[in-house]
Write a protein that binds this ligand. Structure first.
Ligand SMILES: [Zn+2]
Ligand SMILES: [Zn+2]
Length: 297
């Protein structure tokens, strides 16, 4: 490992696993309370999926210096996926460059939207006042990105205002991240069929499982899915494992643990993401290895 980046293979680390809003307190000790942020090390290059509050502890331990570069791939622009940018330590380091990719605005970049967030009276520091250089790159979900020589397929997700799914392939290993999204039916409907082909043979699918089937009917149309739909997708795509993500803020550890237990009884390759957990992705269609520990900060 050099500068915190694994040189070979494909690794994921969860810095924030919660959806909608960050939570704290004793009921979050096991799964964590920070919102969406996943570090991906792919063939020696680091990518950051989403800039939720989990980006803050991630940025604090990076000790960024002039010349460092970061690629942030946003799933979309809802607050729980961008609010951590405001306190991302590398933003405040001269000579750092940060590229922010956004795919849910029909090709437009996130510049205009995020500049609204980074402006008084919402926040006192504008992007123009930051000592780092932040660049905004827009694309349309469904395009294949090429960053640092790595091809990263993307796909559109069913979510209010849209969202983008990402796939990483390194050698035989592959990981798919699908959040935020609501399932639309069984595998025979067009959206699900495209998700199945997008996720085909993945070592892991990280999946928006905000709800379970008991709760879901109350939240239909909110743009989130269930672990049961995730299991159906994992089976149809012949994925090795499923990691549920975007935990509802009102669910405490006991509630999430119960969902996880039920899921494991149905699908042994399933789990619920824990803040601080790292995944080592195996070859296509195989299980992943998980190393669970609390984040260093
Ligand atoms: Zn969200
Ligand atoms: Zn959202």
């Amino acid at each position: 490992m050099t500068n915190g980046i694994e040189q070979d293979g494909l690794f994921l680390r969860f810095w924030g696993v919660r959806g909608s809003v960050g939570v704290a307190g004793p009921g979050t000790n096991i799964y964590g309370g920070h919102t969406s942020c996943i570090e991906v090390s792919a063939g020696g290059r680091r990518f950051i999926i989403d800039a939720g509050t989990g980006l803050v502890p991630f940025g604090m331990q990076l000790e960024a210096r002039a010349g460092d570069h970061f690629d942030i791939l946003l799933t979309h622009l809802h607050h729980d996926h961008v609010i951590g940018l405001m306190l991302f330590a590398p933003c405040f380091v001269p000579g750092v460059t940060i590229d922010i990719y956004c795919g849910n605005l029909g090709g437009e970049s996130a510049e205009e939207s995020l500049k609204r967030l980074f402006s008084p009276p919402l926040f006192p520091v504008t992007f123009d006042a930051l000592p780092s250089k932040v660049r905004f790159i827009g694309f349309s979900a469904g395009e294949v990105l090429t960053i640092g020589g790595l091809e990263i397929p993307t796909c559109p997700l069913n979510h209010p205002d849209g969202a983008t799914g990402y796939r990483f392939d390194v050698g035989d290993a592959s990981a798919v991240v699908l959040t935020d999204m609501e399932h639309e039916g069984d595998a025979s409907d067009p959206m699900s069929a495209s998700l199945v082909s997008f996720s085909e043979g993945a070592g892991v699918i990280v999946y928006d499982a905000t709800f379970d089937e008991d709760d879901y009917p109350r939240y239909r149309g909110w743009g989130h899915s269930t672990w049961e739909a995730g299991v159906a997708l994992a089976r149809a795509a012949q994925a090795g494992s499923l990691v549920c993500f975007h935990h509802a803020p009102e669910y405490d550890d006991a509630r999430i643990a119960l969902m996880e237990k039920k899921m494991k009884a149905d699908f042994s390759g399933g789990s619920f993401a824990r803040e601080g957990e790292t995944l080592t992705i195996g070859k296509t269609g195989s299980m992943v290895q998980s190393n669970i520990r609390k984040a260093v900060l």
